[in-house]
Design a protein around this ligand. Sequence first.
Ligand code: C2E
Ligand code: CA
Ligand code: CA
Ligand code: CA
Length: 274
Amino acid sequence: AKEAGRARMTLYDPSMDADREQRNALELDLRMAIESGDLTLAYQPLIDAASYAPTGVEALVRWNRPGHGPISPEVFIPIAETSGLIESLGLFVLRKACETAKQWPELNVSVNVSPGQFRNPAFADYVRYVLKQTEVEAGRITLEITEGYMIQNPQRTRQSIERLKALGVKVALDDFGSGFSSIGYLRQFGFDRIKIDRSLVMGVNEDKRQREMLQATVALARSLDIPVTAEGIETEEQAIAMRLFGCDCLQGYLFGKPMTADLITEMLHARHAA
Ligand code: C2E
Ligand code: CA
Ligand code: CA
Ligand code: CA
Protein backbone atom coordinates (compact mmCIF):
# COMPACT_ATOMS: atom_id res chain seq x y z
CA ALA A 1 0.00 0.00 0.00
CA LYS A 2 2.94 2.27 0.83
CA GLU A 3 4.48 1.61 -2.58
CA ALA A 4 1.20 2.35 -4.29
CA GLY A 5 0.91 5.61 -2.38
CA ARG A 6 4.33 6.73 -3.50
CA ALA A 7 3.62 5.73 -7.07
CA ARG A 8 0.42 7.72 -7.06
CA MET A 9 2.24 10.79 -5.80
CA THR A 10 4.61 10.85 -8.74
CA LEU A 11 1.91 10.24 -11.32
CA TYR A 12 1.17 13.17 -13.55
CA ASP A 13 -2.28 14.50 -12.77
CA PRO A 14 -3.44 17.19 -15.18
CA SER A 15 -6.40 18.12 -12.97
CA MET A 16 -3.99 19.18 -10.26
CA ASP A 17 -2.34 21.60 -12.65
CA ALA A 18 -5.73 23.00 -13.56
CA ASP A 19 -6.57 23.51 -9.89
CA ARG A 20 -3.30 25.26 -9.24
CA GLU A 21 -3.76 27.44 -12.27
CA GLN A 22 -7.23 28.47 -11.17
CA ARG A 23 -5.99 29.26 -7.72
CA ASN A 24 -3.14 31.35 -9.05
CA ALA A 25 -5.51 33.29 -11.28
CA LEU A 26 -7.82 33.89 -8.35
CA GLU A 27 -4.93 35.04 -6.19
CA LEU A 28 -3.76 37.42 -8.92
CA ASP A 29 -7.25 38.88 -9.35
CA LEU A 30 -7.59 39.27 -5.59
CA ARG A 31 -4.27 41.09 -5.42
CA MET A 32 -5.47 43.50 -8.10
CA ALA A 33 -8.82 43.97 -6.39
CA ILE A 34 -7.10 44.95 -3.15
CA GLU A 35 -4.68 47.30 -4.91
CA SER A 36 -7.33 49.03 -6.96
CA GLY A 37 -9.86 49.23 -4.14
CA ASP A 38 -12.39 46.92 -5.81
CA LEU A 39 -13.41 45.25 -2.57
CA THR A 40 -16.48 46.63 -0.84
CA LEU A 41 -18.05 46.24 2.57
CA ALA A 42 -21.58 45.11 3.38
CA TYR A 43 -23.07 45.87 6.80
CA GLN A 44 -25.41 43.62 8.75
CA PRO A 45 -27.52 45.05 11.60
CA LEU A 46 -26.96 43.95 15.21
CA ILE A 47 -30.20 44.13 17.18
CA ASP A 48 -30.87 44.73 20.86
CA ALA A 49 -32.75 41.63 22.03
CA ALA A 50 -35.05 43.55 24.38
CA SER A 51 -36.10 46.49 22.18
CA TYR A 52 -35.29 45.17 18.69
CA ALA A 53 -33.53 48.48 18.02
CA PRO A 54 -30.32 48.35 15.96
CA THR A 55 -27.28 48.86 18.19
CA GLY A 56 -24.57 48.21 15.67
CA VAL A 57 -23.48 46.64 12.41
CA GLU A 58 -20.97 43.99 11.40
CA ALA A 59 -18.80 44.86 8.41
CA LEU A 60 -18.43 41.97 5.93
CA VAL A 61 -16.09 42.15 2.97
CA ARG A 62 -17.45 41.61 -0.56
CA TRP A 63 -15.66 40.89 -3.82
CA ASN A 64 -17.30 40.96 -7.19
CA ARG A 65 -14.65 39.22 -9.28
CA PRO A 66 -14.59 40.49 -12.86
CA GLY A 67 -15.93 37.83 -15.23
CA HIS A 68 -16.93 35.53 -12.35
CA GLY A 69 -19.41 37.38 -10.17
CA PRO A 70 -19.44 37.52 -6.39
CA ILE A 71 -16.95 35.25 -4.58
CA SER A 72 -17.64 34.30 -0.97
CA PRO A 73 -15.24 35.58 1.71
CA GLU A 74 -15.16 31.97 2.94
CA VAL A 75 -13.32 31.25 -0.31
CA PHE A 76 -11.05 34.26 -0.72
CA ILE A 77 -10.16 35.04 2.92
CA PRO A 78 -8.28 31.70 3.30
CA ILE A 79 -6.48 32.41 0.03
CA ALA A 80 -5.54 35.88 1.25
CA GLU A 81 -4.24 34.23 4.42
CA THR A 82 -1.89 31.86 2.64
CA SER A 83 -0.69 34.28 -0.03
CA GLY A 84 0.38 37.19 2.15
CA LEU A 85 -2.53 39.37 1.06
CA ILE A 86 -4.40 39.30 4.36
CA GLU A 87 -2.54 42.28 5.84
CA SER A 88 -3.48 44.67 3.07
CA LEU A 89 -6.99 43.25 2.79
CA GLY A 90 -7.47 43.60 6.54
CA LEU A 91 -6.14 47.12 6.54
CA PHE A 92 -8.55 48.08 3.76
CA VAL A 93 -11.49 46.59 5.68
CA LEU A 94 -10.55 48.28 8.95
CA ARG A 95 -9.98 51.68 7.37
CA LYS A 96 -13.17 51.56 5.32
CA ALA A 97 -15.26 50.40 8.29
CA CYS A 98 -13.85 53.16 10.53
CA GLU A 99 -14.46 55.83 7.90
CA THR A 100 -18.02 54.64 7.40
CA ALA A 101 -18.64 54.41 11.16
CA LYS A 102 -18.54 58.19 11.34
CA GLN A 103 -21.84 58.35 9.44
CA TRP A 104 -23.59 56.46 12.26
CA PRO A 105 -22.69 58.01 15.60
CA GLU A 106 -25.29 55.86 17.37
CA LEU A 107 -23.96 52.53 16.12
CA ASN A 108 -21.15 50.22 17.15
CA VAL A 109 -19.20 48.85 14.19
CA SER A 110 -17.76 45.30 14.30
CA VAL A 111 -14.84 44.30 12.11
CA ASN A 112 -13.60 40.74 11.54
CA VAL A 113 -9.92 40.18 12.15
CA SER A 114 -8.33 37.11 10.69
CA PRO A 115 -5.59 35.10 12.43
CA GLY A 116 -2.98 36.33 9.96
CA GLN A 117 -3.58 39.91 11.05
CA PHE A 118 -3.91 39.15 14.70
CA ARG A 119 -0.67 37.18 14.69
CA ASN A 120 1.29 40.25 13.60
CA PRO A 121 2.91 41.85 16.67
CA ALA A 122 2.38 45.25 15.02
CA PHE A 123 -1.38 44.73 14.65
CA ALA A 124 -2.31 46.96 17.59
CA ASP A 125 -0.04 49.67 16.18
CA TYR A 126 -1.86 49.76 12.90
CA VAL A 127 -5.23 49.72 14.62
CA ARG A 128 -4.08 52.77 16.58
CA TYR A 129 -2.92 54.40 13.35
CA VAL A 130 -6.24 53.81 11.57
CA LEU A 131 -8.23 55.10 14.54
CA LYS A 132 -6.17 58.26 14.55
CA GLN A 133 -6.36 58.69 10.79
CA THR A 134 -10.12 58.25 10.62
CA GLU A 135 -10.79 60.07 13.92
CA VAL A 136 -13.36 57.51 14.95
CA GLU A 137 -14.08 56.97 18.63
CA ALA A 138 -12.26 53.76 19.62
CA GLY A 139 -15.07 52.60 21.92
CA ARG A 140 -17.42 52.26 18.95
CA ILE A 141 -15.23 49.70 17.19
CA THR A 142 -15.37 45.99 18.03
CA LEU A 143 -12.79 43.60 16.63
CA GLU A 144 -14.06 40.04 16.20
CA ILE A 145 -11.54 37.21 16.47
CA THR A 146 -12.32 33.54 16.02
CA GLU A 147 -12.15 30.87 18.63
CA GLY A 148 -9.81 28.67 16.64
CA TYR A 149 -6.92 31.08 16.76
CA MET A 150 -7.36 31.82 20.43
CA ILE A 151 -7.15 28.14 21.38
CA GLN A 152 -3.95 27.65 19.40
CA ASN A 153 -2.15 30.69 20.76
CA PRO A 154 -3.51 31.55 24.21
CA GLN A 155 -0.41 33.44 25.34
CA ARG A 156 -0.18 35.69 22.30
CA THR A 157 -3.91 36.18 22.20
CA ARG A 158 -3.87 37.50 25.72
CA GLN A 159 -1.09 39.96 24.94
CA SER A 160 -2.71 41.22 21.76
CA ILE A 161 -6.07 41.69 23.45
CA GLU A 162 -4.46 43.67 26.24
CA ARG A 163 -2.83 46.00 23.76
CA LEU A 164 -6.02 46.46 21.77
CA LYS A 165 -8.10 47.14 24.85
CA ALA A 166 -5.56 49.74 25.94
CA LEU A 167 -6.49 51.60 22.74
CA GLY A 168 -10.13 51.59 23.81
CA VAL A 169 -11.50 49.22 21.16
CA LYS A 170 -13.73 46.29 22.13
CA VAL A 171 -12.78 42.70 21.41
CA ALA A 172 -15.32 39.95 20.72
CA LEU A 173 -14.88 36.19 20.48
CA ASP A 174 -16.48 35.04 17.20
CA ASP A 175 -17.90 31.62 16.28
CA PHE A 176 -18.11 30.45 19.89
CA GLY A 177 -19.23 26.86 20.23
CA SER A 178 -18.13 25.89 16.71
CA GLY A 179 -15.04 24.07 17.91
CA PHE A 180 -13.26 23.35 21.15
CA SER A 181 -14.16 25.85 23.81
CA SER A 182 -11.61 26.03 26.55
CA ILE A 183 -13.86 27.89 28.89
CA GLY A 184 -11.30 27.44 31.67
CA TYR A 185 -9.10 30.30 30.59
CA LEU A 186 -11.59 32.23 28.51
CA ARG A 187 -12.26 34.61 31.32
CA GLN A 188 -8.65 35.78 31.51
CA PHE A 189 -8.72 37.10 27.97
CA GLY A 190 -11.03 39.94 28.82
CA PHE A 191 -13.38 39.56 25.86
CA ASP A 192 -16.07 42.24 25.81
CA ARG A 193 -18.52 39.99 24.00
CA ILE A 194 -19.04 36.41 22.83
CA LYS A 195 -20.83 35.50 19.60
CA ILE A 196 -22.59 32.13 19.47
CA ASP A 197 -21.93 30.44 16.15
CA ARG A 198 -24.73 30.16 13.62
CA SER A 199 -24.29 26.37 13.35
CA LEU A 200 -25.52 26.08 16.95
CA VAL A 201 -28.31 28.64 16.67
CA MET A 202 -29.69 26.76 13.66
CA GLY A 203 -30.41 23.74 15.81
CA VAL A 204 -32.46 25.53 18.44
CA ASN A 205 -35.79 24.19 17.25
CA GLU A 206 -34.49 20.95 15.77
CA ASP A 207 -34.50 18.56 18.70
CA LYS A 208 -34.24 18.54 22.48
CA ARG A 209 -30.57 17.59 22.56
CA GLN A 210 -29.46 20.40 20.26
CA ARG A 211 -31.57 22.87 22.16
CA GLU A 212 -29.99 21.83 25.45
CA MET A 213 -26.50 22.01 23.96
CA LEU A 214 -27.19 25.53 22.80
CA GLN A 215 -28.67 26.56 26.10
CA ALA A 216 -25.64 25.18 27.94
CA THR A 217 -23.26 27.04 25.61
CA VAL A 218 -24.99 30.37 26.22
CA ALA A 219 -25.09 29.66 29.96
CA LEU A 220 -21.36 28.93 29.87
CA ALA A 221 -20.67 32.25 28.16
CA ARG A 222 -22.94 34.08 30.54
CA SER A 223 -21.32 32.50 33.58
CA LEU A 224 -18.29 34.60 32.65
CA ASP A 225 -20.39 37.77 32.90
CA ILE A 226 -19.75 38.52 29.26
CA PRO A 227 -22.63 39.74 27.04
CA VAL A 228 -23.63 37.24 24.34
CA THR A 229 -24.73 37.75 20.73
CA ALA A 230 -26.60 35.07 18.79
CA GLU A 231 -25.77 35.05 15.09
CA GLY A 232 -27.63 33.52 12.17
CA ILE A 233 -31.16 34.20 13.48
CA GLU A 234 -33.58 33.43 10.66
CA THR A 235 -36.88 32.82 12.44
CA GLU A 236 -38.95 34.47 15.14
CA GLU A 237 -38.76 31.23 17.17
CA GLN A 238 -34.99 31.35 17.16
CA ALA A 239 -35.03 34.99 18.26
CA ILE A 240 -37.38 34.27 21.14
CA ALA A 241 -35.39 31.24 22.28
CA MET A 242 -32.04 33.03 22.15
CA ARG A 243 -33.42 35.94 24.11
CA LEU A 244 -34.85 33.54 26.67
CA PHE A 245 -31.44 31.86 27.03
CA GLY A 246 -29.92 35.25 27.84
CA CYS A 247 -28.51 36.72 24.63
CA ASP A 248 -28.71 40.51 24.72
CA CYS A 249 -27.92 40.97 21.03
CA LEU A 250 -29.30 39.25 17.94
CA GLN A 251 -28.06 39.09 14.36
CA GLY A 252 -29.42 37.34 11.30
CA TYR A 253 -31.49 37.45 8.15
CA LEU A 254 -34.67 37.88 10.24
CA PHE A 255 -33.50 41.40 11.09
CA GLY A 256 -31.54 42.19 7.97
CA LYS A 257 -29.10 40.69 5.52
CA PRO A 258 -25.71 42.32 4.96
CA MET A 259 -26.47 45.51 2.96
CA THR A 260 -24.83 48.64 1.59
CA ALA A 261 -23.92 51.53 3.88
CA ASP A 262 -26.60 53.63 2.17
CA LEU A 263 -29.29 51.12 3.09
CA ILE A 264 -28.14 51.14 6.73
CA THR A 265 -28.44 54.94 6.71
CA GLU A 266 -31.94 54.66 5.21
CA MET A 267 -32.93 52.12 7.84
CA LEU A 268 -31.80 54.51 10.60
CA HIS A 269 -33.70 57.43 9.03
CA ALA A 270 -36.85 55.35 8.70
CA ARG A 271 -36.65 54.44 12.41
CA HIS A 272 -36.20 58.04 13.45
CA ALA A 273 -39.09 59.14 11.26
CA ALA A 274 -41.42 56.48 12.69
P1 C2E B 1 -18.75 35.48 10.29
O1 C2E B 1 -17.82 36.48 10.84
O2 C2E B 1 -19.24 34.42 11.21
O3 C2E B 1 -19.94 36.30 9.64
C1 C2E B 1 -21.28 35.88 9.61
C2 C2E B 1 -21.63 35.24 8.29
O4 C2E B 1 -22.92 34.67 8.38
C3 C2E B 1 -21.69 36.24 7.12
O5 C2E B 1 -21.35 35.53 5.93
C4 C2E B 1 -23.18 36.59 7.10
O6 C2E B 1 -23.61 37.08 5.85
C5 C2E B 1 -23.78 35.26 7.41
N1 C2E B 1 -25.10 35.39 8.03
C6 C2E B 1 -25.55 36.34 8.87
N2 C2E B 1 -26.81 36.11 9.25
C7 C2E B 1 -27.20 34.96 8.64
C8 C2E B 1 -28.42 34.19 8.65
O7 C2E B 1 -29.41 34.53 9.28
N3 C2E B 1 -28.42 33.06 7.88
C9 C2E B 1 -27.33 32.66 7.16
N4 C2E B 1 -27.45 31.55 6.45
N5 C2E B 1 -26.19 33.36 7.14
C10 C2E B 1 -26.11 34.50 7.88
P2 C2E B 1 -20.28 36.11 4.90
O8 C2E B 1 -20.45 37.58 4.76
O9 C2E B 1 -20.34 35.25 3.69
O10 C2E B 1 -18.91 35.87 5.65
C11 C2E B 1 -18.45 34.58 5.92
C12 C2E B 1 -17.23 34.61 6.80
O11 C2E B 1 -16.13 35.22 6.10
C13 C2E B 1 -17.41 35.44 8.06
O12 C2E B 1 -18.08 34.69 9.04
C14 C2E B 1 -15.96 35.74 8.40
O13 C2E B 1 -15.37 34.65 9.05
C15 C2E B 1 -15.35 35.90 7.03
N6 C2E B 1 -15.30 37.34 6.70
C16 C2E B 1 -16.25 38.12 6.14
N7 C2E B 1 -15.82 39.39 6.01
C17 C2E B 1 -14.57 39.42 6.52
C18 C2E B 1 -13.58 40.46 6.68
O14 C2E B 1 -13.78 41.65 6.37
N8 C2E B 1 -12.37 40.09 7.24
C19 C2E B 1 -12.15 38.81 7.64
N9 C2E B 1 -10.94 38.53 8.17
N10 C2E B 1 -13.03 37.83 7.51
C20 C2E B 1 -14.24 38.12 6.96
CA1 CA C 1 -17.87 37.83 12.57
CA1 CA D 1 -19.46 34.41 13.47
CA1 CA E 1 -18.58 32.03 10.88
